[in-house]
Structures are given as structure tokens and as C-alpha cells.
Design a protein around this ligand. Structure first.
Ligand code: ADP
Ligand code: ZN
Length: 715
């Protein structure tokens, strides 16, 4: 509750801008260094995970440096939102792209020439037009920011040919600092960015790739993935924003319809839907709250809605890169978010077949195969998933993360050697042409006609696998395929064949330890629907969100542009009473305070009483009054309680570090020292001798609070 007083003494122009314009108290690690580098006129390459706070790295220098900052972004659809969000903070920004009419474009150009713009967002193809370039040459440019800089990489999945031409900026504007930003650069892409954008002199800022607020969970699909998904959403994310990825359009349609029938607000999104529907669904996802988008991978590039609380996969992504990028759309606001994936045997078979059957050249296919193998490895992993993910991108995490399914409930492994031998030899005996279902029937001794027709009931492997259920065998076959002990026929019938790797297992030369087949499906920690334990807080929270929604609707913008969830949550926690107090909350800059401060204060005032009604904990009530600036004596009067009772509440609160000692007592350092000394001297910490030694000058309550503070600090 008590706010730490960590105001820096020297407030640089950058820090001042951060505080007054954006309402944030401190830079995040690395932001300040980047900002200083650019303000000083240098170039920078910034590698920061999604949600790390890349935007401020160029927005602050844009405001501090003289002239207009040019921001190059490939995401035309989002420029408008970004500019609208800047306007909310009172920043003069505009965009130039093909979505503008020529009249609108002319007006933007007028503003630019008049020096009225702090920031101008431009699409790369627009920037490259001779007209635009010569326009830029006529005015003062503060900096060039190249967002999503990995788009220059020809090997990446977001390649944009126009990005390669951006090296021209260096030639035509040699003195203007440039900052390139990305969240997805591995070593190779990083080199490519530097080379293609001529960023040889840029300082590189690498903040790693970890997304600590995202929880990773991967579970097996034993036939009811949709049901699992539904329960996951209802239990952990009811009413929240999420994305569900599926492999095929049909599955997208089916899943969206099914979830809607179950009462969730789910919308489909895939390339087959037609532009208009797609646009509409994306728009609703961005603007409304609580929408779940069910999509193929066609959805997501540049989706920067900050409060996506979960990303679910009903199918296996093709690579760890894809998985990381897709899951990375969760939790940009830094609040806890979940990723959930269900995958099964059929996924593995389908993806392997798709790859084997593609017309791509051998090198390409080999790369794809390795990528899928790495993804499967991640699924079958029994140790920390985050460590593995980061390792894949060349990052290290020294300790297991404690925020993935394997860390939270470590999976069991078992010695699967014998079972694997049975499964593999069944493939061998039946002639390496049957699919999993048939093989399982043979292993479990089914009396299906087909088996008799092939005389497979006479095989030595017939009926030797009754100790495991069909589901367990499916899991095992999936694992054998994942580990490349079996390969999948490409003719589309799913026949399995032995590989070279399977021989040592069959011969008993290698042991196989696998993830245990989970009988009970792992379900995640239950999280309450709202971040708050108390019912009154939940109501208050809802009221704040309603206010935000109403204000957003009036302006036709997304709710998060008014305030982020984190900002509203801080309001619930701190219950500011005045504009000044409200202004201290993170994310409320001068402009927003002026525009919305009174509106939100009146919501807070309305919920004043209700909160304390619900707080039956009397200590909380005392703390609330203290936080409003009342002294202990006044609180005692107000609550019609004894002063000693109030002090005992406060002593508890101090022990719990809920309030600072200095919030309760007004003592100078010398006096405090004297009191502390006497408490230390006192036998068993009794207060009577302390009271006496100090000549009865201090109330027992005050002494208790000091003592409480000492034990909280020194314990
Ligand atoms: P990125 O572009 O790296 O994905 P953003 O620039 O969108 O990330 O920032 C993510 C979130 O973090 C935004 O809500 C932003 O307002 C917030 N943020 C950025 N820097 C700070 C800071 N110094 N203090 C508090 N919040 C910040
Ligand atoms: Zn972990």
C-alpha cells in the first residue's frame, strides 16, 4: 500500500516524458539505454520480447528530439489503432498508407510540413515512393523507427520485399538516427537485419525472449480435445479474450460454432471466409471485450491487443517458431496469461504426411522435418518447457521456470522398452503397411473380421498387448512416431514403417523412457474469474470496466486505449480519492488524467462504501482509512473503537508490510533510534519497561508499531 519513494533526483527529459505523457514511473530494463542512444543520435537494433515495451523505445525519443519521427510499420491495419492510442496520450501523430483517400493524405502532408506532427507512421511501400522521400527531405526528421524489422529476412515467415529497400534511408538521411525493432530475431535474422538495413554502427540491445507472464501447457488429446478446451476456457478464462488456433478451415468453423452453442462468444477467422467477414471479426476482436477468435494461422500477424489472456492450440503447430509466435500473442500487457495446447496421434501423422508429400525441394523438406521434430520434442518433454523453448532460440534460463505444466506438476516417466518392442514388432509382423488402429486391434487381440482375413490372429504379436488400453497404445504409437522410431506412409493411409532408429530398441539394445500415458487429464490450476478475491472488489472492477467501455464506445476506439487492465486493477487496489492520487497510478499520464480523471473518480466514490461493507476484516477497514490520510486517533473516533485497538490493527499491518511505519507514526530518526534501543534492551521485548524508560512520552500503540516494524525487518 505504501508507495515506495523511488523518484530519481535527476529527471532527464526522457524520464520526464515517460512520467508526464505516458504516466509510467520508471523505464523498464534496457528501455532507458535505448532511448538515450537514439536521443544522442545513434542507431540501435532492439530485440525485445513481445510486450517488452518496444514502442516507448522510439516514442520517447520522438518526443524529445526535434522534428517528426517516421515510424515504418508493415501493418497497415494497425496503424490507425496505434495512432489513436497515441492521441489518447495527447501526442500528435498521423499515418500515411493506402487506406487514406487522397484528401486525407493531403491533410496529413500539410500537418507534416507545418511541423505539427511528433510521429508519422508510414507503410514501407508508401515511404519508398519518390514523392514521400522528397517530402521527408524537406523537413526535420527526428528519427526513423523500423518496426517488425525481421520482415527484411527472406528466410523468415513474414518477409516483405519492400523492407529490403529500406537501406536507402541510410543513404539519403545519413544523419538521422535509426532504430530497428523486433521480437523474433534469432542469430541469423539478426545478422540479416544489420546487413540489409546497413545498421553496422548500431548498438545492439538484446533483452532475450522470455515471456515470464505466460504459462505453457501442452496436453494429450485423447479424443475429447474440444471438451477439454471448453473446460479450460470456462474454468480459467470465462469472459476473457482469447485465440484458438486450428489447422484447417473446417475445424475452425466447427469449433467456433460449437463454442458458440456452448454459450461462449467465439468467432471464426480463416482465409476462406471472404475479406469482409474476416475484417469484421478481427475488428470485433480488437474493439470488443471478451471475444474468442477461432482461427487458422492466417490470423494474428501484428495483433497487438494487449489483454489476450489465453492462446489455445487444438492442433500441433509446425515448428517451435510458429508455436512461440502464436502463443506470444497472449499477455502483451504483462499480466498472467495462459497457453494451452492439445495434440494427439492424428496431428503427428497429418503433419508428417503433409511434409513428406509436399513438392518442395529436399533441402527445404529436411529443414521442415527438423523443425517439426523439435516441436514434437517439446511436446514429449518431461522437463521445464520454458528452458527448452529458450534454448531453442539460443537463450538460457538457469533454473526451471515454475510456470509451465512440467514445472507445476512434474510428469512421470516409465520404462516403455517392452511395450515399444511389442508395438514395433507388431508393425513388422503385419508387413509395415497398417495404420495405428489396426495395429492396436492386433495387439489387443480383437476378433475383427479383417484381422482374420489377413490371418493376423495367428501372429505371435496377436493379443500380447492386453495390459494397456487402446488409448495408451495410441499414446505410445504417437511417441514412437515423434521419436522417429516409426515413419508414416505418405500415400495417405497412415501405414507405419520401421526406421533405422527402431532396430536397437527391437533388439533390446536401447531402453526407452517415455512420458507416462496420462490417465487423468491434467487440468490447470483453478483461477478465479476475476483477479480479486472479494466480491465487492469484483463489482467495483466491473464498474470500472463499464466506464472504460462507455468512454471507448463514445470515441469508437478500443477499450484498452482508454486504460489498460493493469491500470484499472491498480485503481481497485489503491482506491485513489483525488486527481493527484489518481495521477500516481501507472498508465495515467497528464492527458488521460485530464480527460478521464473525474469520470473514474466518481465511479470510485460510488463504490467507496460497498468495499468496506464487504470487508469484514476490521484491520482492512482501519488500513483503508489510514490510506485516506486519517491519523490513528481520527480513525478511532470514526470507527468508535479504542485507540489501542486501532494501533493493534496497524501494528499487524506493519508486520505484514502492508503499510509503512512512517504512514502510522510521525517520529524523527533520532527518536526512533532511542525507542528501538529501549526495545532491544527490554527483556523478551516487553513494552512496559520501554514505556517507563522513555518517561511515558509515547503511547503503547506507537511502541507496538515500532516493535512490529523491527521484527518485520529483522526476521
Ligand atoms: P512491444 O511492442 O514490445 O510488444 P509495447 O510497446 O506494446 O510492447 O508495450 C507493452 C506494454 O507495456 C504496453 O501496455 C506498454 O504501455 C507497457 N509499458 C511499456 N513500457 C513501460 C514502462 N516503462 N512502465 C510501465 N509500462 C510500460
Ligand atoms: Zn518450467
Amino acid at each position: 500500500m505504501a508507495r515506495m519513494n523511488n523518484t530519481s533526483l535527476v529527471e532527464t527529459p526522457a524520464l520526464q516524458t515517460l512520467r508526464t505523457v505516458f504516466g509510467y514511473e520508471q523505464f523498464r530494463p534496457m528501455q532507458d539505454e535505448v532511448v538515450e542512444q537514439i536521443i544522442a543520435g545513434g542507431d540501435a537494433l532492439v530485440l525485445m520480447p513481445t510486450g517488452g515495451g518496444k514502442s516507448l523505445c522510439f516514442q520517447i525519443p520522438a518526443l524529445v528530439r526535434e522534428g517528426t519521427a517516421i515510424v515504418i510499420s508493415p501493418l497497415i491495419a494497425l496503424m490507425q489503432d496505434q495512432v489513436a492510442a497515441l492521441h489518447q496520450n495527447g501526442i500528435k501523430a498521423a499515418f500515411l498508407n493506402s487506406a487514406l483517400t487522397s484528401q486525407q493524405a493531403a491533410e496529413v502532408e500539410r500537418q507534416f510540413f507545418a511541423g505539427e506532427l511528433d510521429m508519422l507512421y508510414v507503410a514501407p511501400e508508401r515511404l519508398m515512393m519518390p514523392h514521400t522521400l522528397s517530402m521527408l527531405e524537406q523537413c526535420r526528421i527526428a528519427l526513423f523507427a523500423i518496426d517488425e524489422a525481421h520482415c527484411v529476412s527472406q528466410w523468415g515467415h513474414d518477409f516483405r520485399p519492400e523492407y529490403i529497400k529500406l537501406s536507402i534511408l541510410h543513404e539519403r538521411f545519413p544523419t538521422v538516427p535509426r532504430i530497428a525493432l523486433t521480437a523474433t530475431a534469432d542469430e541469423a535474422t539478426r545478422k540479416e537485419i544489420i546487413e540489409r538495413l546497413a545498421l553496422d554502427n548500431a548498438k545492439i540491445f538484446n533483452n532475450g525472449f522470455d515471456r515470464p507472464n505466460i504459462q505453457y501447457r501442452i496436453s494429450e488429446n485423447s479424443g475429447n480435445a474440444r471438451e477439454q478446451l471448453y473446460r479450460f476456457i470456462r474454468n480459467e478464462h470465462d469472459g476473457e479474450v482469447g485465440i484458438v488456433y486450428c489447422l484447417s478451415r473446417k475445424r475452425v468453423d466447427d469449433t467456433a460454432a460449437w463454442l458458440s452453442r456452448k454459450g461462449l462468444r467465439a468467432l471464426p477467422y480463416h482465409a476462406g471466409l471472404g475479406n469482409e467477414v474476416r475484417q469484421k471479426h478481427q475488428e470485433r476482436f480488437l474493439r470488443e471485450e471478451g471475444i474468442i477468435i477461432v482461427a487458422t494461422i492466417a490470423f494474428g500477424m501484428g495483433i497487438d491487443k494487449p489483454n489476450v489472456r489465453f492462446v489455445a492450440h487444438l492442433n500441433l503447430p509446425k515448428s517451435i517458431e510458429a508455436y512461440y509466435q502464436e502463443t506470444g500473442r497472449a499477455g502483451r500487457d504483462g499480466l498472467p496469461s495462459n497457453t494451452w495446447m492439445s495434440y494427439g496421434l492424428q496431428d503427428v501423422i497429418t503433419l508428417r504426411q503433409m511434409q513428406a508429400g509436399s513438392d518442395a525441394n529436399e533441402t527445404f523438406k529436411r529443414t521442415e522435418r527438423h523443425k517439426l521434430d523439435a516441436m514434437l520434442g517439446l511436446c514429449e518433454l518431461t522437463s521445464c518447457r520454458r528452458q527448452a523453448l529458450l534454448r531453442y532460440f539460443g537463450d538460457t534460463l538457469d533454473e526451471p521456470c515454475g510456470n509451465c505444466d512440467n514445472c507445476l506438476s512434474p510428469p512421470e516417466t516409465w520404462d516403455a522398452t517392452v511395450a515399444a518392442q511389442k508395438a514395433l514388432s507388431c508393425v513388422h509382423r503385419t508387413g509395415q503397411r497398417f495404420g495405428v488402429n489396426y495395429l492396436i486391434d492386433v495387439l489387443r487381440g480383437s476378433d475383427a473380421d479383417r484381422i482374420k482375413q489377413f490371418a493376423h490372429d495367428k501372429l505371435s504379436t496377436y493379443g500380447i498387448g492386453k495390459e494397456h488400453t487402446a488409448v495408451e497404445w495410441r499414446t505410445l504409437y504417437r511417441q514412437l512416431i515423434s521419436h522417429r522410431l516409426l515413419s508414416v506412409d505418405i500415400d495417405g493411409h497412415g501405414g507405419l514403417r520401421l526406421t533405422n532408429e527402431s532396430r536397437p530398441v527391437l533388439r533390446g539394445e536401447t531402453q526407452l523412457h517415455l512420458r507416462k500415458m496420462t490417465k487423468k487429464l491434467a487440468s490447470g490450476k483453478q483461477r478465479s474469474k476475476t483477479p480479486f478475491g472479494k466480491a465487492a472488489d469484483t463489482k467495483f472492477w466491473d464498474a470500472l470496466r463499464d466506464k472504460r467501455k462507455q468512454l471507448a464506445a463514445e470515441q469508437g476506439i478500443a477499450a484498452y486505449m482508454i486504460f489498460h487492465d493493469a491500470t484499472l486493477m491498480e485503481m481497485v487496489d489503491r482506491r485513489p480519492q483525488t486527481l493527484d492520487q489518481l495521477g500516481l497510478i501507472s498508465g495515467i499520464g497528464a492527458k488521460k488524467l485530464e480527460a478521464y480523471g473525474d469520470e473514474f473518480l466518481s465511479v470510485i466514490a460510488e463504490y467507496e462504501g460497498t468495499a468496506s461493507d464487504d470487508v469484514n476484516d476490521t484491520t482492512d477497514k482501519t488500513i483503508q482509512l489510514l490510506c485516506k490520510g486519517m491519523k490513528p486517533l481520527a480513525i478511532a473516533h470514526e470507527r468508535e473503537l479504542k485507540l489501542s485497538t486501532i494501533y493493534s490493527h496497524l501494528a499487524d499491518a506493519i508486520a505484514q508490510s502492508e503499510v509503512e511505519l512512517s504512514d502510522v507514526v510521525d517520529l524523527d530518526e533520532k527518536t526512533l533510534k532511542a525507542i528501538r534501543y529501549e526495545i532491544e534492551q527490554s527483556e523478551e521485548g516487553k513494552l512496559k519497561p520501554v514505556f517507563d524508560a522513555l518517561g511515558g512520552e509515547f503511547d503503547y500503540g506507537v511502541l507496538r508499531c515500532v516493535k512490529s516494524h523491527m521484527s518485520s525487518r529483522y526476521s
